[in-house]
Design a protein around this ligand. Structure first.
Ligand code: GLU
Length: 609
C-alpha cells in the first residue's frame, strides 16, 4: 500500500528519529519537550505543524471526534502559545478548506486591514526628503505597523461554517497549555534573544517574554496565564469580546500609546488602530485560485494574498516545459526562471482586490502562462529584473513585457503553517502570521499576546500605480500560499510554509520536487531550497549552493546564501504538508531540521509506532 521508495526513505528517517528520541530521554529529570516526529503515516486523520505540542493538540481533537477544521483551529491556538512570535490572535492569515461532502475548496481571507485613518505617507520619516523610516527595528517595532487582527474572526468563521466545536471548546486545549506551560527549546530562546533589544523597549513585552531581563532558558517551562485567561474569555464570550469592549479598547490604546521602557532609544511610534477599526473588521470568504498542472487541480489563496496567483502562474509557465523530462540542473534553471517571471507580474498587478483591479483570472490563464513560458531561454538565465507581462486576454508567444515596479522586498521571516485532515476526508491548509518574528513587539498589557506589524507588507513609499500602495481599510499584499491539490477531485496534497515572499517559491519548489523530480514528500521538503523573486541574484540555502551551484552558474545564475551562516535566516521556509496515499493512508510531513524540526502525526499511526 505504501510506495516502495517512500517506505525506503522512511526507514532511513526512522533510524535518525530513534537516535534523537534516545538522546532526549537520557537527559534525566530535566523537563523535556515532547518528541518531534517529522514524518508519520497512518489512518483516521492527520496533523502537521512546526511544533509537537500544537500537533498533539490537533490530533487529540481528532481522536475525540472533532473534524479537520476543529483540529486546525485548536492547533493554531496552540501555536499562539508555543510560537507566539510567529502567530496568534494579534495577527492574521489565510484558511483553505476542502469539504469532502461537496468536494469543494473554500477559503477565508483573515488578513489584517489598514486602519481608516492611516495616511498614505505613514511610513515616511518627516525628517527626510520623502524617505521611509528605517525598516528594522524602527518601522517594524511601532504602532504604525499594526493592522486590525483577523485571526480570531477566521477561527470563528471556520468553526461556524464547517467545524463541530464551539470556539470555547476549540480554544480550551490551548488555554490549558498556556496555563501549564511548555518546555523552552533553542528555537524559542534564539527568537527571543534576536528580539531582546526591541522587546526590552516595551514594558509589557519585556515583562512577559524577558522575565528577569533575559530570554527564558532552554529546558525551563514558559507559562502564559494571561493568554490562557484571554482564550477563556474569548471562548466564553465569542469574538465580540475581541472586536469590541475592554479588550478592543486596550488594543487601540496600546497602539496609540505604546508603553515604552525608561531610557529606550527606539522611537516606538504611535499608530492608527481605533476601536472603530476593530468593530468594522470582517473576514472574507473567497473563491480559491485554481490551475491545472500535470493532471492535478492546484487550489490556492486568491488576492489579497499573492500566493495563489503567483504559484499558479508559475505552474502555468512550467506546464509547457515538462520539468519531469529534464535533467536536474535544467529543471532547476527552468524553475528559477518561471518564478522570476511570475514575480514580475505579482509586483505589477497584485494587491487587495477591493481597492485595485487585479486581473486574477488572466494571471492564471493558460494563454498568459504560455506567453510568459516562451520567454525562458533553456540555456541562459535572463537578465533581472524582468518586465511584467500583459495579462489582457490576447496572447502571442514571447510577447515583450512592460515595466514592472521594483520595490525592496521587506517581508519578514516569521509566520507558521499547519495542515489537518480528518477521517471523513476534509482537509485544511492554513497559514497564519503576525508578520515579523515578534510582530510589532507590542504586547497587549495583561492579555498575553503580541500585536502584528502586518502593515509593513505595504510598499513603504506611495506610488499611485502600485497595486500594493497604502490605502485606508486595505489589506496589505501577502505571500502566504496555503495550497490544496486534488487528483480526480480528491485530495492528493496539502502544503504551505512561512518565509515572507519566499513562501511562494518554497511551495512551488516543494510541489515540483514531489511531482516532477521523483522525490517522496519528505524528500521534497528536506531538499535544499533556492528562491528567485525577480532579482539579480538568487537567494539560496548553502546546501543548495553546494549541491547545484557549479551546475547552475554556467547558465548565468548568481547564487547568494540566505541570511548569516548558522542563523535561522540562512534557512528558507518551514513546510508542513500532507499526502493522501493510495489505499486511504495519510502521510503527514514536517521539516526534519529547519526551524529546529517540525512535528507530524496521525490518529491511528502505522509508522513510526
Ligand atoms: N507577512 C508575510 C506575508 O503575509 C508573512 C510573513 C512571513 O512569512 O515572514 O506574506
Amino acid at each position: 500500500m505504501i510506495p516502495k521508495r517512500l517506505a525506503a526513505a522512511l526507514t532511513a528517517g526512522a533510524l535518525v528519529l530513534s537516535g534523537l528520541t534516545a538522546s532526549g530521554a537520557a537527559a534525566g529529570s530535566t523537563p523535556q519537550p515532547p518528541a518531534k516526529t517529522p514524518t508519520a503515516i497512518g489512518f483516521g486523520g492527520a496533523v502537521s505543524s512546526v511544533d509537537p505540542e500544537a500537533t498533539n493538540i490537533g490530533l487529540d481533537v481528532l481522536r475525540r471526534g472533532g473534524n479537520a477544521v476543529d483540529a486546525a483551529v485548536a492547533t493554531a491556538a496552540a501555536l499562539g502559545v508555543t510560537e507566539p512570535y510567529s502567530a496568534g490572535i494579534g495577527g492574521g492569515g489565510y484558511f483553505v478548506y476542502y469539504n469532502a461532502k461537496n468536494r469543494k475548496v473554500s477559503t477565508i481571507d483573515g488578513r489584517e486591514t489598514a486602519p481608516a485613518t492611516m495616511p498614505k505617507d505613514a511610513f515616511i520619516n518627516p525628517a527626510t526628503p520623502g524617505k521611509p523610516y528605517n525598516f528594522f527595528p524602527e518601522l517594524v517595532t511601532s504602532g504604525v505597523s499594526v493592522g486590525v487582527p483577523g485571526t480570531l474572526a477566521t477561527w470563528n468563521s471556520a468553526l461556524r461554517q464547517w467545524g463541530s466545536l464551539s470556539l470555547g471548546r476549540a480554544l480550551q486545549p490551548a488555554a490549558d497549555l498556556a496555563d501549564r506551560g511548555f518546555v523552552v527549546d533553542q528555537t524559542f530562546r534564539s527568537q527571543t534573544l534576536d528580539n531582546k533589544d526591541r522587546f526590552s523597549a516595551i514594558v509589557p513585552t519585556a515583562k512577559l517574554f524577558l522575565p528577569g531581563g533575559d530570554a527564558p532558558q532552554v529546558g525551563s517551562v514558559f507559562k502564559n496565564p494571561e493568554l490562557a485567561q484571554t482564550y477563556e474569555l474569548l471562548g466564553e464570550k465569542g469574538p465580540s469580546a475581541f472586536y469590541s469592549g475592554p479588550l478592543a479598547q486596550e488594543m487601540a490604546s496600546v497602539v496609540k500609546n505604546p508603553p515604552k521602557a525608561a531610557g529606550t532609544t527606539l522611537p516606538v511610534m504611535p499608530g492608527y488602530l481605533t476601536t472603530g477599526d476593530l468593530a468594522q473588521y470582517k473576514v472574507i470568504d473567497r473563491d480559491p485560485t485554481k490551475v491545472r498542472y500535470e493532471g492535478l487541480d492546484v487550489y490556492g489563496m486568491a488576492p489579497s494574498s499573492s500566493g495563489g496567483t503567483t504559484v499558479g502562474e508559475a505552474l502555468n509557465i512550467l506546464a509547457p516545459q515538462h520539468l519531469s523530462k529534464m535533467s536536474t540542473p535544467q529543471a532547476l534553471h527552468t524553475y528559477l526562471e518561471a518564478s522570476a517571471l511570475a514575480f514580475a507580474d505579482r509586483a505589477a498587478y497584485v494587491g487587495d482586490p477591493a481597492y485595485v483591479k487585479v486581473p486574477t483570472k488572466e494571471l492564471l490563464s493558460r494563454g498568459f502562462g504560455a506567453e510568459r513560458s516562451c520567454l525562458i531561454d533553456p540555456d541562459h538565465a535572463s537578465v533581472k529584473p524582468l518586465k511584467a507581462g500583459s495579462p489582457d486576454g490576447s496572447y502571442t508567444p514571447c510577447a515583450a513585457g512592460v515595466a514592472s515596479p521594483q520595490r525592496p522586498d521587506t517581508e519578514g521571516l516569521s509566520t507558521t503553517h499547519l495542515v489537518a485532515a480528518d477521517k471523513w476526508g476534509n482537509v485544511v491548509s492554513y497559514t497564519l502570521t503576525i508578520e515579523q518574528t515578534g510582530g510589532s513587539g507590542i504586547t497587549v498589557p495583561g492579555r498575553g499576546f503580541l500585536l502584528n506589524n502586518e502593515l509593513t507588507d505595504f510598499s513603504a513609499v506611495y506610488v499611485q500605480t502600485d497595486p500594493n500602495r497604502i490605502q485606508p481599510g486595505k489589506r496589505p499584499r501577502s505571500s502566504m500560499s496555503p495550497t490544496i491539490v486534488l487528483r480526480g477531485g480528491k485530495p492528493f496534497l496539502a502544503l504551505g510554509s512561512p518565509g515572507g515572499s519566499t513562501i511562494i517559491t518554497t511551495v512551488l519548489q516543494t510541489f515540483t520536487n514531489r511531482l516532477d523530480r521523483e522525490m517522496t514528500l519528505p524528500e521534497a521538503i528536506a531538499a535544499p531550497r533556492a528562491s528567485q523573486r525577480n532579482t539579480v541574484a538568487v537567494t539560496a540555502e548553502q546546501s543548495f549552493i553546494n549541491a547545484y551551484g557549479a551546475a547552475l552558474t554556467p547558465y548565468g545564475h548568481i547564487l547568494v546564501p540566505a541570511g548569516a551562516p548558522g542563523s535561522s535566516a540562512a534557512e528558507i521556509g518551514a513546510v508542513a504538508a500532507l499526502e493522501f496515499l493510495p489505499g486511504g493512508a495519510t502521510l503527514a510531513a514536517a521539516e526534519p531540521t529547519r526551524r529546529g524540526g517540525g512535528s507530524a502525526g496521525t490518529v491511528h499511526q502505522l509508522w513510526p509506532r
